[in-house]
Design a protein. Structure first.
Length: 260
């Protein structure tokens, strides 16, 4: 299935005069960011960006027409140095990624937009996006938000939580979503189970808890996968895709009317 941003919500399809004419008080511009990086032997290096595009497309299609949300093209290059050395991985340095995010959002602010969302679909970008949005807020006076579709809304639990928090890369979750959106690009016969035994022995999933540590993919996986990709299936993927899109749509609607 070909997931495309609804044309009436794709900001670059507008002329400069049409962009100028958008009422800016409640208009939201989404900057989608992801990655191009190895996803094991069974998934394409474009996985994060494909999932990002599918989630955003579904979210925008579900919004009421009067909710003023517009999308920029996805930025497919992120901070992926944890996958450096794997063929196909293409990434920006942290310094360059920071500058790119600030400059794009700065241009949107100069165009008069007052609400900007960075929609992130790659865990390696998280730390940078988290502090960059505050810098943009301070420098340009705009409201800036970040959304990560896999993170539950307050108190909610996902119907599928693969791997007990250890399914973080090319495992059950991502494999399932890719089987739902682009099955022809998934090599199921090559999908490995690569649960990180050393991390499980330690008792703390990598990220999301009290402990944070620096890791490179070869430190925790011999396959480039962290999770059990053999458990992926399209039905789970459709459930996750619907959940992520609904979550993003809910947040975008709230952001369009949010006031400090």
């Amino acid at each position: 299935m070909n997931y495309q941003i609804p044309p009436d919500r794709f900001l670059p399809y507008l002329t400069s005069a049409e962009v100028e004419a958008i009422p800016k008080e409640h208009a939201v511009v989404v900057l989608p960011v992801a990655a191009i990086e190895q996803h094991g032997p069974h998934l394409p290096v474009y996985t994060d960006t494909m999932i990002l595009n599918a989630v955003l497309s579904r979210a925008l299609e579900s919004l009421d027409a009067e909710v003023p949300v517009f999308a920029m093209p996805p930025l497919p290059y992120g901070k992926s140095n944890e996958h450096a050395g794997y063929a196909g991985t293409t990434y920006l340095s942290s310094e360059t990624f920071i500058t790119v995010l600030k400059e794009i959002c700065g241009c949107l602010a100069k165009s008069g937009f007052k609400r900007i969302v960075i929609l992130n679909c790659h865990g390696g970008n998280t730390e940078i996006v988290s502090f960059v949005i505050r810098d943009i807020r301070q420098q340009h006076g705009v409201k800036v938000f970040s959304i990560e579709p896999w993170r539950p809304l307050g108190g909610a639990k996902d119907p599928i939580i693969p791997g007990g928090g250890y399914d973080i890369h090319a495992g059950e979750g991502e494999t399932s979503v890719m089987l739902a959106i682009a099955p022809s690009l998934v090599h199921e016969e090559l999908a490995p189970s690569s649960m990180p035994s050393k991390l499980q022995e330690m008792g703390y999933p990598p990220g999301g808890g009290a402990l944070t540590f620096a890791w490179l993919m070869p430190d925790i996986s011999t396959t480039g996968v962290v999770g059990d990709a053999t458990k992926g299936n399209a039905e789970k993927g459709r459930v996750l895709l619907d959940l992520y899109a609904s979550r993003v749509a809910t947040l975008l609607q709230k952001i369009s009317v949010f006031e400090f």
